[in-house]
Design a protein around this ligand. Structure first.
Ligand code: ZN
Length: 181
């Protein structure tokens, strides 16, 4: 059952600046330790992803098309004024999930800096409070804003997967706890 793949629930809380100084070995260690921290689960539903290793991924991470992976229920969202510059990318991200439509529902806000109030952590680039009550995205903080949006929309239904870095290969990959470039 696909749900079981989403049972892991983590919050990555490592600083990009620290990672840049500490190098790749420590990056992996920080990720593992942050992933296993119970903070996010203990606080309920706020979830986040974080941008790590900025600029170091050399493969393009573009959606291959409309994925429309199955979800257990229908949801909707609307793009607020702060996200108008990023509306196209957000819509590409929303297309990852079947039954997710634009019009009402979850308000999507965009920030100009890392997101706070998401249950802890630093350099948080996305948050979904209350499994769809509200979503915030720091689109400029990531290379692939559509993937960030897809990830946060995914938290309407799912927690984090065991994948290390988010990608477009599968619903589980979208739900990795970290953006790696
Ligand atoms: Zn997340």
């Amino acid at each position: 059952m696909i749900r079981s793949l989403f049972m892991r629930y983590g919050l990555i809380a490592a600083a990009v600046s620290a990672m840049a100084l500490l190098g790749p070995v420590t990056q992996a260690g920080v990720m593992v330790s942050a992933e296993s921290a119970p903070v996010a689960a203990a606080l309920g539903h706020p979830t986040s992803v974080i941008s790590i290793e900025p600029g170091q991924r050399d493969t393009a991470a573009e959606p291959l098309g409309v994925q429309a992976w199955p979800v257990p229920s229908r949801r909707s969202y609307h793009i607020t004024a702060s996200c108008q510059p990023y509306a196209a990318a957000i819509r590409r991200g929303a297309a990852a999930w079947a039954g997710l439509t634009e019009g009402a529902g979850t308000p999507v806000q965009c920030t100009n800096s890392y997101i706070t109030g998401c249950g802890g952590g630093s350099n948080v680039v996305g948050c979904n409070w209350g499994s769809g009550q509200r979503i915030a995205l720091f689109m400029r903080g990531v290379r692939d804003g559509a993937l960030l949006a897809a990830h946060e929309f995914g938290h309407n239904w799912f927690g984090h997967s065991g994948f290390r870095c988010a990608g477009w290969g599968s619903a589980q990959e979208v739900m990795a706890p970290s953006m790696c470039g």
